[in-house]
Design a protein around this ligand. Structure first.
Ligand SMILES: [Zn+2]
Length: 181
């Protein structure tokens, strides 16, 4: 196929499936330029859409509390008293089933880095902060992304509090952290 035919081929598949032309060009240029042997397996673009239900299992209450009550819950081990957030159904030290405890939603940044690029659909603003937060009353770290006005004001030791989005869907992004004033 000549260059014009190849471009038409890319455009057709982009419009049909919504596949970016850069991807098509990268994956199919060799084939369309006739560089693959005639007997080599021929691959063509296609699209698969899958709708499915995902279960949070024993962590379900954590997400319901976020969505329904704008509350952050941790999971406490009845034996060693360690509190997990993100929650765990069983203590990873003692293997005992944990119990739910309501957290205040405040915490402290224990580690963080500034990100200047993103591929995440959750992040609109760059640069942003990727941080490990230890919520007050817990013994473990929660990874989170923070969109802030001035990233230079955020660092290890910054106190933060949970804020909740107006539209909550029962996902981890129903809440986010902002610096505690
Ligand atoms: Zn334990």
């Amino acid at each position: 196929m000549d260059k014009q035919q190849r471009e038409a081929w890319y455009l057709y598949h982009q419009q049909k499936y919504g596949i970016p032309v850069e991807y098509l060009r990268r994956e199919y240029e060799r084939e369309l330029a006739g560089q693959n042997p005639m007997d080599a397996p021929l691959e063509i673009p296609d699209k698969m859409e899958v709708f499915y239900k995902y279960s949070y299992g024993q962590q379900s209450r954590f997400f319901r509390e976020l969505r329904e009550n704008q509350a952050v819950y941790g999971a406490k081990c009845p034996q060693c008293s360690k509190v997990y957030c993100p929650p765990r159904a069983h203590c990873s030290q003692c293997y005992k089933p944990t119990e739910w405890v309501k957290l205040k939603g405040t915490g402290i940044i224990k580690a963080c880095t500034v990100q200047h690029y993103t591929t995440s659909a959750f992040i609109k603003k760059v640069p942003f902060i990727c941080a490990y937060v230890q919520l007050d009353g817990t013994d473990f770290l929660l990874m989170t992304n923070m969109e802030v006005e001035d990233v230079s004001k955020i660092g290890v030791g910054t106190r933060v509090k949970a804020a909740f989005r107006e539209n909550r869907h029962g996902t981890i992004t129903d809440f986010y952290f902002k610096p505690l004033e």
